[in-house]
Write a protein that binds this ligand. Structure first.
Ligand SMILES: [Zn+2]
Length: 226
């Protein structure tokens, strides 16, 4: 529990530092100079393999559309790992900015933003939910609210090391809608950090759909090539 609180305090401290000391125009990955107020330099951006396509995840005749900034490799992988495991919220800011670019360039329409939830135990350990952080940064820029409409009710095994079918079984019935009324007929942008088989994002989107949400679009920081 203590670890989570420390990370949460680090987040608040980072926010305070941002106000006192504005960005010093150095790349957060390699410390080289950057253009204007970019947090990463063009050289570091070059190793990001941006996705051009719109993807779908399909299971039992239900299909969801999803967008991904890039493939899970190079510096996008580095940014995600920093956000997820090192409480580096400036890395999260970079990812969120790319997500906003995807939303704008594809003209994705939605009423509100939601995100892949974590269990209460995981939240206590990490101190923050990286997908919620991304959703919040997007919300501030796009002017759509973040709604916490899903709970993760089952502690699942880490998806790493599980094969495709095991991943689907692992997340089955792991999520629950908190308030059905707020999602009815609403267009929802569902934010995730990494999408591998898509089992987790699909399970969340499927819960929303079962409770009569309108259109659900998934947006992830990176996708694996599987
Ligand atoms: Zn750099």
């Amino acid at each position: 529990m203590g670890n989570g609180i420390v990370k949460n305090l680090k987040f608040i401290w980072d926010c305070i530092l941002q106000v006192i000391y504005p960005t010093d125009e150095k790349c957060i990955l390699c410390a080289e100079d950057t253009n204007e107020d970019n947090l990463i330099c063009t050289e570091c951006e070059r190793s990001i393999k941006f996705c051009e396509d719109i993807f779908t995840i399909e299971q039992n005749n239900t299909r969801f559309r999803y967008y991904s900034i890039s493939y899970y490799s190079g510096n996008m992988m580095e940014l995600i790992l920093r956000l997820k495991y090192k409480s580096d919220f400036r890395a999260g800011e970079v990812i969120a900015k790319y997500m906003i670019d995807v939303i704008k360039s594809n003209d994705i329409q939605f009423d509100f933003i939601s995100y892949i939830p974590m269990t209460k135990t995981s939240m206590r350990k990490r101190g923050y939910n990286q997908s919620e952080y991304l959703a919040t940064v997007i919300s501030n820029e796009i002017n759509r609210p973040v709604i916490h409409c899903l709970d993760k009710i089952k502690q699942t095994k880490d998806q790493i090391g599980l094969n495709g079918i095991e991943r689907w079984n692992n997340v089955l019935n792991s999520f629950k809608i908190i308030d059905k009324n707020i999602i009815i007929n609403k267009k929802i942008l569902l934010v995730d950090d990494v999408l591998t088989t898509g089992a987790t994002a699909f399970s969340c989107a499927y819960e929303l759909l079962k409770c009569n949400a309108g259109e659900i679009t998934i947006l992830t920081g990176a996708k694996s090539r599987v």
